[in-house]
Design a protein around this ligand. Sequence first.
Ligand code: ADP
Length: 783
Amino acid sequence: MKSTESPLSSAPSFSVEQLLKELPVPLFTCNRQGILHLSNTAFDELCELKALPGTSVFEIKTLKFFDGNGRRISSENSPLLEILHSRNPVINKQVKAGPKNQSFLLSTSFSLKADQGEQLVNFCLIPNYSTESEEIKNARLSAIVEYSNDAIISKDLNGHITSWNKAAEKLFKYTEEEVIGKHISLLFPEDRLKDERMILDTIKRGEQIKHFETIRLDKTGKEIPLSLTISPIKDSAGRIIGASKVAREISERLESEKKQAHLSAIVEHSDDAIISKDLNGTITSWNHGASKIFGYSEEEVLGKPITLLIPAERLQEEDLILKKIKSGEKIQHFETVRVTKVGKEIPVSLSVSPIKNLQGAIIGASKIARNIEEQIRFRKKIKAYNVKLNILNSVGRDISSNLDVQTVIQKVTDACTKLSGAKFGAFFYNTENGNGESMMLYTLSGAPKEAFENLGMPRHTAVFQSTFTGQGAVRIDDITSDARYGQNYPFNGMPPGHLKVVSYMAIPVISSSGKVTGGLLFGHPEKGVFQEEHEMMIKSIAAQAAIALDNSRLFERVKSLSEKKDEFIALASHELKTPLTTVKGYLQILEKKIEEPSSRLFLSKALEQADRLHTLIEDLLNMSRIEAGKLEFHYEEFDLREMLLDLAETFSHSASTHQIITNLGENPVIVKADKQRLEQALINLLSNAVKYSPTAQKVHLNLSVNDENIRVGVRDEGIGLTEEEQKQVFSRFYRAESTKGINGLGLGLYLTKQIIDAHHGQLAVESKVGAGSEFYFMLPRIC
Ligand code: ADP
């Protein structure tokens, strides 16, 4: 059978004491003296200890009570004491108790202790959550107000300040004590006092004022730009009793707005086009400069693709630009071409930078385009100036380094024609022919000679005459309409095919003596080609040309005198040689006939001097032959080593003061050369070595051979030569300063050099002052 017992009958035995023990509300019972009779676990938890029966509740230190301001209530004033002494029970009395200062609703009841009849007081502390959350809310709000970054102020309806937070202190520099109770107008600049009326009126109507931008003063009198939000404060009955003000300083924002405005103004007024586009290449902004350069208004282009400005053949540039921008790269001063609204292509320099959003993502590009037409024109001009400068320099160099009249005037004509931009140029130059007759030479540039053939001598034409007679430069924009020159003008009425001249310029070439020696003439078939700058330039070249012409004229004169001198030397040496040969012949006959020793001595001395004279005359003759290009060579094959050995031996007989030391190797050195001339060259070198080392005893004659060259050197231990002298010793008639006391003509080395040159060899010297010299020559191995 199933049981029919009720559930209650099966419940465990139930103790009220236990129920009270476990109730989550602190409970305790004590006698009127406060001696604890009973307490539960929640009470122990509140006191954070195990409260034992028989303990006095006043001894439980953790069972504290606090007033509304959170201050601890002393044990004499403890609400417990009051309750224990009273006869009335307490219902829901708000208290704050426990180490955590919690809020409770305290209720009491009285009962009798069963055994002794003693009256007990029962305490029940129900946690008061609603009060606590309100408090927390208030505390939080005051903390927010206190620590807000905005100044938060409240005032009553008379405008007296009733609260003032920390941020207000910071912003206005007044402490709370300084302003509480003061009128808010303390913060107002004179001219804003009327604001307060408007604010109060609005507040009184219960309305809020939002983000009202105004100015207030701080304690130091400094003006502070602010954004104010003012709200009415109402009491519990809904009456408006004041206003709260939240003030935010906006100087930073104003500054940044100012900066922004400034930047916008710069962008707007820049002469450069400043354009922005998104990553699809769509134009998103367009400044005034862009309108000026490209001709489109802002409305016309916003939202349009940037390719609108790119010439068809350059469209791929945009892909490249966008690719770079997307990867965060900048493009700087990229020179390219863009097209304007009217289709005109203009050169621009582009700088493109990525535009990023606040998160740093690239969202577009800003482009600065500068029209560089002017710059390019300028660059071209500089380039043209450089070309001109180079021409000027080179013509200067050519003029000063050249002494040939025809070459000089041709170079001047070419350069001037180029520099002046003339179609053709001519240089007419007065000179004298060999018979002293005056004649006129001319060179042309830019036109064939035939073009001038029918012109006759331009000196006879009116136009050119003024230049030749020294009246100065002539520059005419349109010669055809210039009455002064009328029909006489040589190019006027020219047969077809001849030079047509409209622009005309003529510059005189004046020598240092002031005589007009020539003139530069330029023409161009178009009007107004020659400008003042051309005239100045040509004038300066003409001045240089005049100097060069003077120099070349002097040079011609010197050259002709020098030629005359050479002719004379050739003639004289030839004439001197014949009687000398006869004298030598008779002396040799006498030498054979005379026995008497002293007479023989005189005879041999006379013969020696006759030989010297013969050598000198030979040198002079050879020199004039060289000058006339008539020195002849007879090549034969022979052993150079053997020739040097013979030469050294013969030479040591005549040069008794010095010993000839040979270092000629062991093997024959076969050369193909003019033996006599080589001997002559070597005798020159050996004689010099002896002559210019008066205090030394040795002269070295060396021969060496390598794969390419044969080297013959004559080394002395004599006076030596400076570097400057070494450079000049091979010139005709040159004699070093230090050797002036020693006889000589300065022809030997000159002749030696001509002989070695004729053998395709090189003659050179290595020398040191005081230490001696080595003159050596190299002959190519296959002679
Ligand atoms: P010359 O000896 O007749 O003066 P050269 O033409 O042979 O003429 O020499 C030219 C000049 O070179 C000499 O006057 C002398 O100043 C210098 N010279 C030539 N050989 C030597 C040398 N071996 N040492 C120093 N100076 C020399």
